[in-house]
Ligand binder design. Structure first.
Ligand code: ATP
Length: 292
């Protein structure tokens, strides 16, 4: 069976503004991370895939179906938007049931699917709670349940962990991983940590262009030998920041332990350290900004 999204030469415009530039991507089964700053074009790409925005130029097919066949694509895709809200005065179960009616599921199908889905997203015990009484994390999980109610082959999730506490973030990521075992899950985020733990394949979008497409490991390898660590005084920090990109720092009394990017050994007390995904992402973006 063809479980693949193919995007070829996609250009997307909002009037004069070009939000996506010649995007080429092939996305297979499993978790796919779409990473980029705010405004990079992630939401635009997801909306085009979910048929919420008509494609301007290029070719897209999802599991062999052209994106122009909107009804067929919608029956195969689930979408959880960045700002998700639904029926605040209904209970969790009622909201799911109502959405099931809207998706054309029969009473029997709804009865057999909804309890299992609520269990999957850990909301079965909360099924009688009003939607408006749920926490942010619970609402996101309900959002996932509604997005996979019609058992889509593709799940598209936009910025899922914004505003979630660390425990909910991990729980949410694990849930997506589970769902990705049998589907394509596309996860868009500007938080590197969200994709690091979960996504095998990623793409980095910058100003509408694909800057990188490949595995997390390959991205990390690009920054090996370019990451240094040093303990410096707070005074020295501002000078260092002028010359190098600091990827993280830790305050140690009057001193600071900094991690930063440099093409060669910058000064004697700095030592080379193993690159992480965050460093590699900053390294990639640095190239784009044309900085030293
Ligand atoms: N309706 C619109 N009209 C005009 N320009 C738009 C519209 N929607 C988005 N844009 C512009 O298109 C570009 C890409 O926006 P998009 O929302 O896809 O980015 P994003 O990566 O999802 O960012 P964010 O994480 O902030 O949502 C931005 O420059 C944005 O200002």
């Amino acid at each position: 069976m063809n479980t693949e999204i193919k995007i070829r030469h996609l250009n997307q415009f909002y009037g004069q503004k070009q939000a996506l530039k010649d995007v080429d991507l092939t996305i297979g089964r499993g978790m796919f991370g779409l990473l980029g700053r705010n405004g990079a074009g992630k939401t635009t790409l997801m909306k085009v895939l979910a048929t919420l925005l008509p494609k301007s130029e290029g070719k897209i097919s999802i599991c062999g179906v052209p994106v122009e066949s909107a009804a067929r694509i919608r029956s195969m895709t689930g979408y959880l938007p960045q700002e998700f809200s639904m029926y605040p005065n209904m209970t969790v179960y009622e909201a799911m049931d109502y959405l099931g009616v809207l998706s054309g599921l029969s009473r029997e199908e709804r009865k057999s699917r909804i309890p299992g889905l609520l269990r999957k997203v850990n909301l079965l015990d909360d099924r009688k709670k009003k939607v408006k009484a749920l926490s942010g994390g619970m609402k996101r999980r309900l959002g996932i349940a509604q997005a996979i109610l019609h058992n889509p082959k593709v799940l598209i999730v936009d910025e899922p962990t914004a505003g979630l506490d660390p425990e909910e973030r991990v729980r949410f990521r694990n849930l997506l991983c589970e769902i990705a075992e049998e589907r394509i899950v596309i996860l868009s985020t500007h938080i590197v940590g969200d994709i690091e733990a979960t996504c095998e394949q990623i793409a980095v979008l910058n100003e509408g262009e694909i800057l990188y497409h490949g595995s997390v490991a390959e991205l990390t390898a690009m920054a090996q030998g370019k990451v240094y660590s040093a303990e410096i005084s707070r005074k020295e920090l501002s000078e260092l920041k002028k010359k190098y990109i600091v990827t993280s720092m830790l305050t140690l009394g009057n001193n600071v332990m900094v991690r930063f990017l440099a093409d060669r050994t910058p000064f004697e007390s700095a030592h080379s350290v193993e690159a992480g995904v965050e460093d590699a992402y900053m390294y990639l973006m640095r190239g784009e900004r044309g900085e030293e």
